[in-house]
Ligand binder design. Structure first.
Ligand SMILES: [Cu+2]
Length: 348
């Protein structure tokens, strides 16, 4: 058996590569329903709609840190023109046929659907298929048996492009449900009734090494040492909101619920070190990891490796404002670890 390996000096992102047409691109809901209903039973139950989204790369995002420092970031602009960090939520139901029209800026990017298993054309792993210049419509079906919290991100020079902000949450709701319906909802159909949540939040622990934000698109791809093995974060955020030095809870991502309501927090670890969640006096359950529901809740204290996506519900039974704190990342150079905090408040 033989294989070819590309030496580093030829791995640079430099060429304009034509995108292929999306294999079997479905043109309408009617066409999808006809195809879906003609599937043999072993290819899945007959549910799911055609859902379309747009994600357009932008590279001129601008975040201001508490000390006034401005940080350049990238992201995916959605079909409504929103440019957020993380990029906008993409939410579907199991069985849906998902089409995401992606357009890159001048340089190559992709969207990889982490935890979803599309065919390789639509998987968004550039070096096993192609990188997008111009436009490409990703098409995949949300697996009827895989429900939960995922994320999507660019997979070109991945370490850098994810840090630059090219990522967002992806939620697959249970089959046969409306992904746009508000809670109360079950996280997955087999979940016990008391896991039904009334309030939902999505938190992405994220940290910024400012040096990385000055690098260019292809830094490190051409055999040079861009220092992408050294991550020295100076700012710690939840979503796009930075922690202030006084440790005050980040109000922008605070969760508000009424007494007796159940809260579900979906986390996507967008940083490069394990994250520790400290829920204070609360006693949350962990019910899912990487889009794979647990049949029973598990105690995963301290075990949140990179890329793990976890849903954590808890019941709001107290009145007060306990602070939930996510702390990390600890850098290789023994800087003190950072922390970012927010709160959940309960009203009567
Ligand atoms: Cu990219």
């Amino acid at each position: 058996m033989a294989f070819l390996q590309t030496p580093p000096q030829f791995q640079c992102v430099a060429a304009e590569i034509d995108n292929p047409a999306t294999p079997g691109l479905v043109s309408s809901q009617e066409e999808w329903l006809a195809l879906r209903n003609a599937l043999a039973p072993e290819h899945g139950p007959q549910y799911g709609d055609l859902r379309r989204f747009v994600r357009k790369v932008f590279v001129n995002g601008d975040l201001t840190m508490p000390d006034g420092r401005r940080i350049r970031h990238w992201g995916f602009e959605d079909e409504h023109g929103a440019r957020t960090l993380p990029s906008s939520l993409l939410r579907v139901s199991a069985g849906d046929l998902v089409q995401v029209e992606m357009s890159s800026s001048k340089r190559q990017h992709t969207i990889h659907w982490h935890g979803i298993e599309p065919d390789s054309f639509n998987d968004g792993v550039g070096h096993t298929s192609f990188e997008v210049t111009g436009n490409y419509t990703y098409q995949w079906r949300a697996h009827p048996g895989t429900v939960g919290t995922f994320f999507y991100h660019c997979h070109v020079n991945t370490t850098l492009h994810v840090q630059m902000g090219l990522f967002g949450p992806l939620i697959v709701d249970p089959p046969g449900t409306d992904p746009n319906a508000p809670p109360p909802k079950k996280p997955f159909l087999e979940a016990p009734d008391d896991w039904t949540y009334d309030v939902e939040a999505i938190w992405a622990p994220y940290a910024i090494d400012p040096r990385w934000h000055e690098l260019n698109h292809a830094a490190g791809l051409c055999g040079e040492d861009a220092g992408l093995n050294v991550f020295e974060p100076e700012y710690f955020l939840i979503n796009g909101s930075p922690q202030t030095p006084d440790g005050a809870p980040i109000e922008e991502v605070a969760v508000h619920a009424k007494v007796g309501q159940t809260i579900l927090i979906r986390t996507i670890n967008a940083s490069y070190f394990p994250i520790t969640y400290d829920f204070g006096s609360l006693d949350p359950l962990t019910i899912e990891s990487d889009g794979r529901p647990f049949r029973t809740a598990m105690d995963l204290s301290g075990l949140f490796p990179k890329g793990e996506l976890t849903a954590i519900p808890w019941s709001a039974t107290d009145i007060g404002s306990p602070t939930e704190r996510s702390s990390s990342p600890r850098s290789r150079t023994s800087r003190p670890s950072g922390a970012s905090a927010s709160t959940s408040t309960r009203s009567g």
